[in-house]
Design a protein. Structure first.
Lengths: 278, 291
């Protein structure tokens, strides 16, 4: 009898928790649903603000966006920055991580400490000198200004070192005896064994570069050079009254990330758990 | 292994880049903070600590400093409390696909550019006329709130937005952390007749230990650095500078007012603030929480 009551109480508790989480998850999505709905409404209907679903569905906002602003160009700018930066960061992080995990050399600890210390410098605290440096290097208003400063990063090196240290030394030594060169060991022994770390670092780095707002704001000037993050904010200040068009741009910015995220959701969530907990 | 040539070939360029793009800029912030530096002028006078003396007299700086602290501590406190509960709840959902669905919904704002979400909120959620939140409030017969247009509500609006945009990370981390706690602890507590709330405070929280302190510290540090939502929702600090924080004040002083020496002095104070939090966190992390 007692057990049965307890089972019912447990069931009710589970039901309540389940409902709370469901409502909460739906609430999290609401701003995006609203954005999507507004992007299909006529401006007159948005101004009246008395409907939830559009009375008349229209593609005018999207047509206007593609006719008046270089949406595809902005998208390609973001792709170029995020892909090149991620590729370079993966290469340097794994290679430097390999050096620290498997090699003996003088000053190793102090150099590693130095690399970790660079992680404690947030870019927000170096806006002025970084800008002057970028300008001096002739990178102002050029996309490489977003890629070059971050080509080597403490976080990636730290993560890769952790993972490479777990690979038994005997594997590297066996390759060495077989006459393999250092870079060959890195490429053919180490890299295939740290796939999970590489996956996590790819997602992590790509997100940072894809979403970055402050550095494009500081380093870019010509609207044609903008990345998506900056472009949406630029567009919304240019067309303050055209909410439908702003929401159309916002939807177009959301679309690719949402598709990629849904397709690789398991890897995304696993990577975040891994980079955080490890 | 040993091969000094290979080590040097890799490390020399890597360390050069780190020095050029991290160490020199932070030293630059300290250096420029001693000058009345404006890039458009020929003469830039040495001020010593003059810029720092000016900070103490500048009401906008003091306001930005207070806003930053209020924003960080309120947002992080709510964020951590909320994500702990969500982590506990989601960890209890047994069906894999359902659990993934929840995490996907909660994590989506973390994947999208913050700037994009800030534009969406300021143009479609917060406006007094037609903003969804106010439409819903009016449906409940509550007077609409002027979220981003009033000095009183701007900071709450920024806090609500930031919680929404950022809880995904911590929810995932806490869900994973709670999943990792051995189940026998809960079974033992169950036999002892401990309720869910007691179990949460006596088992979950202490055993999350490392994850908890790590997540809290990382969240605090990342919130000190937030920029995009402030620049977009509170242009130039917003009404009454109610949405001005240190990061945006650095930006406006250095790049709008072209007062780069002064902006560098603000940067130095923000750097020291974040450094202090980092050092405290590392001290606390030495406490052994293991089980």
């Amino acid at each position: 009898m007692h057990e049965g009551a307890k089972g019912v109480a447990e069931g009710v508790r589970k039901g309540i928790i389940f409902s709370i989480v469901t409502v909460f998850s739906l609430a999290m999505l609401t701003p995006y649903v609203w954005m999507l709905l507004l992007s299909f409404k006529h401006q007159a209907e948005i101004n009246k603000a008395n409907t939830f679903l559009p009375d008349v569905w229209t593609l005018r906002n999207y047509i206007k966006v593609f006719e008046t602003v270089p949406m595809v160009h902005w998208f390609m700018n973001s792709v170029m920055v995020a892909v090149s930066a991620t590729t370079i960061v993966l290469f340097t992080s794994t290679l430097v991580g390999f050096i620290f995990a498997k090699y003996k050399f003088r000053g190793k600890n102090i150099i590693f400490w130095f690399i970790l210390a660079t992680m404690m410098v947030p870019p927000q605290t170096t806006m002025v000198p970084s800008f002057l440096l970028i300008d001096r290097l002739g990178l102002y208003d050029k996309l490489p200004s977003l890629v070059i400063p971050g080509m080597v990063g403490g976080f990636g090196i730290f993560l890769c070192r952790q993972f490479i240290e777990d690979i038994p030394d005997s594997l590297c030594e066996a390759a060495l005896i077989d006459g393999a060169k250092d870079f060959y060991i890195y490429w053919h022994v180490i890299i295939p064994l740290i796939r999970p770390a590489i996956g996590a670092l790819t997602i992590f780095t790509f997100l940072i570069y894809w979403n970055e707002y402050m550095l494009p704001l500081l380093y870019l000037n010509n609207p044609l050079n903008m990345t998506l993050s900056l472009a949406i904010s630029f567009f919304s200040t240019q067309r303050t009254t055209d909410v439908g068009a702003i929401m159309a741009v916002a939807t177009l910015v959301m679309l690719p990330v949402t598709i990629v995220f849904i397709a690789f959701q398991k890897q995304f969530i696993k990577s975040i758990a891994m980079t955080g907990v490890k | 292994m040993k091969n000094n040539r290979f080590v040097a070939i890799v490390l020399v360029p890597a360390l050069t880049l780190l020095t050029l793009f991290v160490i020199i800029p932070i030293m630059g912030s300290f250096f420029f903070s001693l000058f009345d530096y404006n890039p458009l002028r020929n003469q830039n006078h040495f001020l010593g600590l003059g810029n720092y003396a000016r900070l103490l007299q500048d009401s906008t700086y003091i306001k930005s400093f207070q806003n930053t602290l209020i924003f960080v501590f309120v947002t992080v406190a709510i964020n951590i409390a909320l994500t702990l509960v969500l982590g506990q709840f989601i960890s209890g959902v047994k069906r894999r696909w359902l659990r993934n669905l929840f995490l996907v919904a909660i994590f989506l704002p973390c994947v999208a550019p913050v700037a994009n979400s800030a534009v969406v909120w300021s143009r479609s959620m917060y406006p007094t006329k037609g903003g969804l939140i106010n439409v819903l409030l009016m449906a409940l017969d509550i007077t609409p709130v002027n979220w981003v247009g009033s000095p009183l509500m701007l900071m709450p609006a920024l806090i609500i937005f930031t919680i929404w945009v950022d809880i995904g990370y911590n929810t995932v981390l806490f869900t994973a952390g709670i999943d990792g706690i051995p189940k026998d602890f809960y079974e033992a507590a169950d036999i002892d007749g401990a309720g869910h709330i007691i179990r949460f405070f006596k088992i979950t929280l202490p055993l999350l230990g490392r994850t908890f302190s790590f997540v809290t510290a990382m969240t605090i540090i990342s919130h000190f650095q937030m920029f995009a939502q402030f620049e977009i929702m509170a242009r130039d600090g917003g009404p009454g500078k109610a949405g001005q924080v240190l990061t945006t004040y650095i930006y406006y002083s250095g790049f709008k007012a072209k007062d780069m020496g002064y902006a560098s002095a603000i940067s130095v104070t923000l750097f020291l603030l974040i450094l202090a939090v980092t050092l405290v966190q590392q001290r606390l992390n030495r406490v052994d929480w293991g089980y």
